[in-house]
Design a protein around this ligand. Structure first.
Ligand code: CO
Length: 162
């Protein structure tokens, strides 16, 4: 099988575009998801969004319950956050499209996300902690947002602002 390269670069056009909703749950979509699962696994990521392999479609795959007996990889099509809790938490993130960059990013601690699977069935998941973080990170990709955009006080990292 042909290898697909993960697109990198904070200024890349495809990574910065707003992706379009999936309308046809066809064999092309299944192929795309299969490719995304393989790429994510090969790159050892916890998630991957379609724009990262060159497709501006609202599709991502996310590893949930990472490193537990319940670990699963879930493809999410046209995901939408229906609700979030009141709390945000700050934790370190990286991105396969920004190799070597890691930073603390604030995210909702809990979210309720609605999405479709590759057969077109709707699911609603309540997620927290790392599961919620991964999905928020991947969903940002669908709107052309990278985690570095969400770093606070970029210019004063390690210092205080007065
Ligand atoms: Co990413």
């Amino acid at each position: 099988m042909a290898k697909v390269k993960i697109i990198t670069g904070a200024d890349n056009e495809v990574l910065r575009a707003k992706s379009l909703p999936v309308e046809n749950f066809d064999s092309g979509l299944k192929k795309l998801i299969k490719k995304m699962r393989e790429q994510m696994k090969e790159a050892k990521g916890l998630g991957l969004a379609a724009p990262q392999i060159g497709e501006n479609l609202r599709v991502c795959v996310a590893v949930l319950n990472y490193d537990t007996s319940e670990e699963i990889t879930v493809p999410m099509i046209n995901p939408k956050i229906l609700a979030s809790g009141d709390d945000k938490i700050c934790d370190e993130e990286g991105c396969l499209s920004l190799p070597g960059i890691y930073a603390k990013v604030e995210r909702w601690k809990e979210i309720i996300v609605e999405f479709y699977d590759e057969r077109g069935s709707k699911h609603i998941f309540q997620l927290s902690e790392l599961n919620a973080r991964v999905v928020q990170h991947e969903m940002d990709h669908l709107d052309g947002i990278l985690f570095i955009d969400r770093i606070k006080n970029k210019d004063t990292a390690g210092g205080v602002v007065m």
